[in-house]
Design a protein around this ligand. Sequence first.
Ligand code: NIG
Ligand code: FE
Length: 453
Amino acid sequence: MKTIIYNIGTLAGILPSDVRRLEGEQMNHVECMENAYLVIEDGIITEYGPAVISPLASLGRNDSAGVGIKNRATPLAAGGRSIPKEAKGVVFNTDAGTDAEFIDAQGGFVMPAFCDSHTHIVYAGCRDGEFRDKIAGLSYEEIAARGGGILNSADLLHATSEDELYEQSMVRVREIMAMGTGAVEIKSGYGLTVEDELKMLRVIRRIKETAPITVKANFLGAHAVGRAYKGRQSEYVDLVCNEMLPRVAEEGLADFVDVFCDAGFFTVEDTEKILSKAAEYGITPKIHANELEVSGGVQVGVKYNALSVDHLEMTTDAEIEALRGSVTMPTMLPGCSFFLGIPFGRAKDYIEAGLPVALASDYNPGSSPSGNMRFVMALGCIRMRLTPEQSFNACTINTAYAMGVSDQLGSITVGKKANLIITKPLPSLAFIPYSHQTPIIEKVILNGIAVTK
Ligand code: NIG
Ligand code: FE
C-alpha cells in the first residue's frame, strides 16, 4: 500500500541514513525542502522530493493528470483514477499507481514525529493533592520525605488491577500521540515490589503490542526504596539485583535499566551494583542523575556505557568533561524544571562543548504531568536559550538516539518509519516553539497510517 503526501509546504528534518545523533554545531541546522512530496510504502518512507506543478495545471487544466506530465521521466500514474483533483498536474518523481492513497498537506510542514525518550506514563491515579502541597511551598524532596511522591504512586498502583492500569495508561498514550509523539520510552518504578514491578512492565509490553506508537520499556526498580524496606536500602538494592532483575530478564520485559541516582534516593555504589548486575543480562542502562544534587550519576552512567543520562539540572564542568567522547546522550527534562521550579540545566554549554543534547518530557504524576513535546521544545528555546533548530533536533533525532531507535526514527530519511506530523501552513520552523499553544497539528501519521483525523 502506497501513500503519497503531496502539497507539502516544507519538509523539515531531512537527514542522511547514517546519522544516529547530532552533536555540537551539527545541532544548529535542520535540513528542509520546500514544496515537496513524500511517499510511504508499508509504513516506511520510500521516497521524497520536490514536487513540480505541470504547466497544464497552472493553466487550470487540472483534469489532465497523466497527460500534462507525459514527457517527464517518471510520470504520475497514467489514468490516475484515485488521484484527487487537487493533486492532478503535480508531478511526483514516482509512479503513484492506481491504488495509492493521497494526503494533501495543504502547504503545511511535514516533520518527523517527536521521540520522547524519558517518561513514566504508566501510573495509577494522579497526585493532584501534592500539587496543593507544592503550591503551599513544599519541595519535591519534602513531599517525598513525608511518604508522598513516588511511594504515593506505588500505593495507588498496588491497588489498581493490571487491566485498569493499562486503560489508564492508554489514555495518556493516545494523548501524546495526538500531540505528535511517535515513539516513547516508558519506565517502571511505581511498583517497588517484585510483583508490582512486573505488573508495570507487563502493562508496558501490552502498550507496545497494541498501540501504533513505538515503545521501549525501562526497568526502574530503583526509583525509590519500597515501603516494606524503609531504612533497609541496601537490602532493597539486593532485591532489585537478585530478584527483580532476573525475573525481568527472564520474561524479556525490559529494553533498558534505570536508577534514580540522586540525593535521598540511590547512591553511586547502589547504582554500580545494579548496573553491573544488569550488564550480566546484557541490559543497557539509562540513568536519572543530578536532578537534586551533583550526584556522580553522570560519571557512573558513562562508565557503564549508558545510552543516556537524564535530568542534569545540577551540572558542573566535570559532567561535561565526563561525557566527552562517550556514547551517552545527555538528556534534559525542561518540563520537570518548569514544574518543580528548579534549574533548567546548561544545555547551551553542553552544545558549545561539542556534545549532543536531547530533550524529553519526563511525563509523570509528580514532577512533570505533561507529555507535550512541543512545550518541551518551546521550553528548550525560551528557558534554555536553544535555537529552534537545536531544540527541534534535541526532540527528534537525539531523543531517538537516547531510546535506541535512531536507525528507524527521528528524521525524514528513506528507509525510516513513516512517523510524521503534518501541520497547518506555518511561517517558519521557529513558529513551532514560538507559538507553542497554537493548535498547529493537522495530522499525526504513525507507521504510515493517520492516527488523528
Ligand atoms: O524523573 N526523579 C525521579 N523520577 C521522576 C519523578 C517521579 C515522580 O515523582 O513520580 C522524574 O522526575
Ligand atoms: Fe524521570
